[in-house]
Design a protein around this ligand. Structure first.
Ligand SMILES: Cc1ncc(COP(=O)(O)O)c(C=O)c1O
Length: 332
């Protein structure tokens, strides 16, 4: 039996984005934004839908502690910490690196939610998974009942949360042609594919895993109960740049464009790349004007405040207004 626990506020809204649409070459009525940044708990974001299933499973197994992995600025780790606080679980987050290398953004919220951090040093993906297993064993020796939530919160179980998002979208935007979404560890795109079909989802890879196609295909197949192959999936790989730590010029431009056309705040790692991918898809004809397009905003705002380059560029764009000190009220 699979148990889901409600953690977010559903359904999330969809909003028109006519000025952004026109700015990227679509018609003003073409583009809508699915506001999955407004999921409620812990400052919001896509990971809540997945955690409803994975935290639900942890509670059903009788766990009292959850352990998960990610980068120090992981949105998934922050929302795991928030979900643990909400459901009365302890959370231990396993990050690469050493204490003191990062102090703002998601990491600050992790502390606020009461999570503990285990720093794994110079660990790659396998080393991080091994460190999480070690942390789990240590906790078990202390008598804790531990559930390990996979990297990025992604599994076929977690993808069910995004199948639900896909069903919401079909209700809200019945003439949907393409939903555009950032791809990290894969379950978000996979759930959408399971609900609305591979031909209506365009993923934009952010470089979290070496090749997301087989991962997305396998999560989508298991979550939807119908075989999905890598060949059926549309994933753009042109926005990865130098990976997570990098802030490519197209992503920076997309982040500024969304803010200045719609007052919509993206994050530098995922949603800015996804919008840059959508703009590129319009330019090369993969997404055409006149077709209903939904940009799935998956959240990540706290990550902006933990990203030195993005904050530096945003503040650099702050134009000065020259205040005229000579003019006085009431005088010509
Ligand atoms: C803000 C944001 N958007 C999108 C994603 C990608 O989701 P997934 O890992 O399910 O592919 C992530 C993953 O970390 C994220 O934090």
């Amino acid at each position: 039996m699979q148990s889901r626990v409600t953690l977010g506020t559903w359904p999330t809204p969809v909003e028109p984005a006519p000025r952004l649409a026109a700015a990227i070459g679509l018609r003003p009525g073409d583009l809508w934004v699915k506001r999955d940044d407004l999921t409620g708990l812990g400052a919001g974001g896509n990971k809540i839908r997945k955690l409803e299933w994975t935290i639900g499973a942890a509670l059903a197994e009788g766990a009292d502690t959850v352990v998960t992995t990610g980068a120090p600025q992981s949105n998934h780790a922050r929302l795991t910490a928030a979900a643990a606080a909400r459901t009365g679980l302890d959370a231990v987050l396993v990050f690469p690196g050493v204490p003191g290398t990062s102090r703002s953004g998601n990491l600050a919220l992790d502390g606020l939610f009461g999570a503990r951090v285990a720093w794994a040093g110079d660990a790659g993906p396998d080393g991080l998974a091994a460190a999480a297993a070690r942390v789990a064993r240590q906790l078990q020796h202390q008598g804790r009942r531990v559930a390990v939530i996979p990297f990025g919160g992604s599994s076929s179980l977690a993808a069910r949360g995004y199948a639900e998002c896909g069903r919401e979208l079909l209700d809200q935007v019945p003439d949907l042609r393409t939903a555009v979404v950032a791809v990290g560890s894969g379950a978000t795109m996979a759930g959408l594919v399971a609900a609305i079909g591979a031909d209506r989802v365009l993923g934009v890879d952010t470089g979290a895993i070496p090749d997301p196609l087989p991962t997305v295909a396998s999560f989508a197949s298991e979550a939807g109960g119908t075989l999905v192959t890598s060949a059926q999936l549309a994933v753009r790989r042109d926005q990865v740049g130098g990976g997570y730590g990098d802030y490519p010029a197209q992503a920076a431009a997309a982040l500024q464009l969304a803010a200045r056309t719609e007052g919509l705040v993206l994050d530098p790692v995922y949603t800015a790349r996804a919008l840059a991918g959508l703009a590129a898809a319009v330019r090369d004809g993969q997404v055409a004007a006149g077709q209903r397009t939904v940009f799935v905003h998956t959240g990540g705002l706290p990550g902006l405040f933990g990203h030195a380059a993005a904050i530096e560029q945003a503040q650099h764009g702050l134009e000065q207004f020259p205040l005229d000190m000579k003019r006085r009220h009431g005088k010509a």
